[in-house]
Design a protein around this ligand. Sequence first.
Ligand code: NOJ
Ligand code: CA
Length: 543
Amino acid sequence: MAMRLATVRTTTDEQVAAQSASPWWRTAVVYQVYLRSFADSNGDGIGDLAGLRSRLPYLSWLGVDAVWINPHYPSGGADGGYDICDYRAVDPEYGDVSDLEALVADARDLGLRVVLDVVPNHTSDRHPWFQAALADPDCPEAARYHFAPPSEEPPNNWQSLFGGPAWSRTPDGRWYLHLFAPEQPDLNWRDPAVAADFERTLRFWLDRGVSGFRVDVAYGLFKDPGLRDNPGAYSPTLFGHGPEQAMTWNQPEVHDVWRRWRSICDEYPETMLVGEVCLADPQEVALYSRPDEMHQSFCFRLLKSPWSTASFADGVRSALDAFGRVGAPVSWVLGNHDKDRQVTRFGGGAVGTARARAAALLVLSLPGSAYLYAGDELGLPQADVPDEAKRDPIFFRSGGARSGRDGCRVPMPWNTEPGVGFSPAGTAQPWLPIPGDWDRYAVSRQTRDGGSVLTLYRRALALREAHPALGSGDATVSTRGDVLTVRCTGADGSVIRCVVNMGSGTALVRSRGTVLLASSTTVRRSPASVALPPDTAVWLADS
Ligand code: NOJ
Ligand code: CA
């Protein structure tokens, strides 16, 4: 893993400048593994740690720097593992703590780092604290959640992000708060026992050699102390939460938690925190990555941007500006386990695939870290999961009005044999059905195909590693009509342009430089220009 120099964009504050040194995470490509769907070692149809461990050589071959694993903890199973019963253990479905340690050791041998998911906003309703609180309203554990006395109406108008009210009743008639599913009661972070327990959890895993944490719902944790009504409703079409949801999210106290967690990480060399901060205003998101808080916070703008130069340019510019002000790298995200797959979002079929390929070149050129969601490197589309096979609480709590997230969580196709190599041959059905034609996306097939999405990603990652202008340069964004250009300048003065044609006609780009990589074989070079058909991108090294 080469260390790359990052450009200090704002140098007025000494702390900001200090943060802009170049530890690994500033430019890392982090591969997100949905553990349940990655590789099943023992034939129960569920991905597990041993399966992931056996596939580490693939990730090393692909050229990523780190692996972030979705929750591996014992869970009530109500929300894909984000309802945790025991924060310092491994769900037996996935293995045990020694499997996690072996994974970390093997990863280290391959030059890869392991980042875990931690979920501090809520526990499972099966967590021993919540069980104790149900049994005895006066026990100390009850103070670690938000309970309200029995009454006709819930205490306020807060809504669950998964649909319906954010308050449910206990069997004895009390109300309790859950901003997600009822099986995910929100913790009361004003109780010091909560903070103390999470500090133990962080150390437990850091002592086992992990390189940090992706922090779930990092903009949550604290709620308005008076539990006042929210002024408005949240709409999933927004970029994130804003003033309309001011009582449930983004309370000022939460920043002290990240300061404390940062100081714990600082005791462990080369570890990092990346926060899930779903706020609409990028400047607010970046505040979570001030020099003494989390090292990074995801930039979700491009995850919700339609295929247009205006949206993408705004997404890139606003993030570079916001994170530049605090001296943190941008953590670019084009796909994850909560959103429809890019190929489908961008139009599906050949068009969606061409756009996803072009978008990959765009994101991998940008300065900062890039988070790749397992399967995106194969160009997987959103799978059509039959309603009877669905698991996502969003589908059930919306009465089927929202299709849910199962379609981006379907197991990985590894080879072209029956079952596509997810489980050992002839064993159980996978936990979510794999579409019958997914052998066409199999890793084994794409590795042999010089034109595959997988080959494109692998080439892009190798070039990103080799060129200081890619991933760690200083970037400026410009648009001309339907053409978006990111001009990346490396610390050595080298310049690489990523040019994306988002329109419907061919775009001619003047250049005598070298085409380092094109998203499609239809891109044509002539002596003084490059012709980009619709939905293609190119990396041009200007001499
Ligand atoms: C964000 C996670 O990415 C999502 O999958 C989960 O449902 C919610 N947080 C609640 O933990
Ligand atoms: Ca298994």
